[in-house]
Design a protein around this ligand. Structure first.
Ligand code: ADP
Length: 324
């Protein structure tokens, strides 16, 4: 439904987005995740035809953002970071106004305004001035205007920024309920947002895509690294837990080791391997060699946060430079 190839955007000499590629299949909800300044808004503005790319292509439902912007705009609903609402209008007036701009016939407007107001939980405030609404309501009015012409694609820029936890929860539920009928890209710099709302994630850092995968795969894969939880019980001739820790650290291929709190007489550790190193066998031998009994040795999934930090920080050190 959305296809981005070799997309680059320069603002004068500054490269905000550099040669990015990704695709979003129909009906999916994809998180565009990256620190502030990564290039998320720039990419979204290109997809919504607000900005022309410097090079590369982006298509929505097969239509090119540069060559067929009218076709693209018909199929896209956009919620920018600050909802484009008019404070002096009542909610229903504003939604009718946007509906007219988006080409909805006058005869269908009242019905459509009612439908999206109910869909986005703003039906109880339709006769209120937008200036009198809470931020959560205003955001939902923003969503209602984005879906009023029933677009195939929704582009949501930081849709929960500035909301309180209850509003965040409601907005995430609403966004999830819109997936399927709509293909959605949402940008965020908050990891739980992606974990809780999206099927897939595109991680962007310094204008480049550093990873894209399903949320599940990304958390279980980190360039071949293994994370292993080790639990051991002292045997008859065991040294202390400090000696066991030393023995585990000395296993070739171990990159980090953290001690977890002891539980029920067990010593507990979490070990990460270097990329491509399989350390489980050697860890088991090290436990036995130190005179301890192996109680448990199990792989643990890295959290998306760890994956994210790893990918965005290694890119800073070794990735291609983005010209300033
Ligand atoms: P994000 O949405 O991920 O926070 P943006 O796309 O807003 O990132 O910005 C990416 C980079 O481009 C930032 O360093 C920002 O300062 C720069 N930038 C954004 N808009 C402009 C502009 N109109 N002129 C110059 N630089 C810009």
């Amino acid at each position: 439904m959305i296809k981005v190839e070799g997309l680059t955007k320069r603002y004068n000499r500054f490269t905000a987005v550099q040669n990015i590629d990704f695709e979003v299949p129909k009906g999916r909800i994809v998180g565009f995740l990256g620190p502030n300044g990564a290039g998320k808004t720039t990419t979204m503005r290109i997809l919504t035809c607000f900005l022309p790319p410097t090079s590369g292509t982006a298509t929505v439902a097969g239509f090119d953002v540069l060559k067929q912007p009218m076709e693209v705009k018909k199929r896209i609903g956009y919620l920018p970071e600050s909802p484009p609402v008019y404070p002096e209008m009542e909610v229903h007036e504003y939604l009718s106004f946007v509906g007219r701009l988006k080409g909805i016939p006058s005869a269908d407007l009242p019905k459509r305004v009612k439908e999206v107001s109910e869909r986005c939980n703003v039906a109880d405030v339709t006769t209120k001035l937008i200036s009198k609404l809470s931020k959560g309501y205003r955001q939902r009015v923003g969503l209602a205007q984005a879906i009023i012409h029933n677009p195939d694609v929704l582009i949501l820029d930081e849709p929960t920024a500035g909301l309180d936890p209850k509003q965040i929860h409601e907005t995430r539920d609403l966004i999830r309920s819109l997936a399927g009928a709509h293909t959605i890209i949402l940008s965020t710099h908050i990891l739980p947002e992606v974990e809780q709302t999206c099927d897939e994630v595109v991680i962007i850092s310094k204008g480049q895509v550093v990873a894209r995968d399903s949320v599940r795969n990304l958390t279980s894969r980190l360039q071949g690294q293994e994370a292993v939880a080790v639990e051991a019980r002292p045997g008859e001739v065991a040294g202390d837990a400090g000696a066991l820790e030393q023995a585990l650290r000395a296993v070739p291929g171990v990159s980090t080791l953290e001690r977890r709190g002891a539980k029920g007489g067990l010593a507990r550790f979490e070990v990460q391997s270097e990329p491509g190193q399989h350390v489980r066998g050697a860890l088991a031998r090290a436990v036995i060699g130190a005179g301890w009994d192996l109680e448990e040795l199990r792989p643990v999934a890295l959290s998306l946060e760890e994956v994210f930090l790893e990918l965005t920080s290694s890119e800073k050190e070794s990735g291609p430079e983005v010209k300033q």
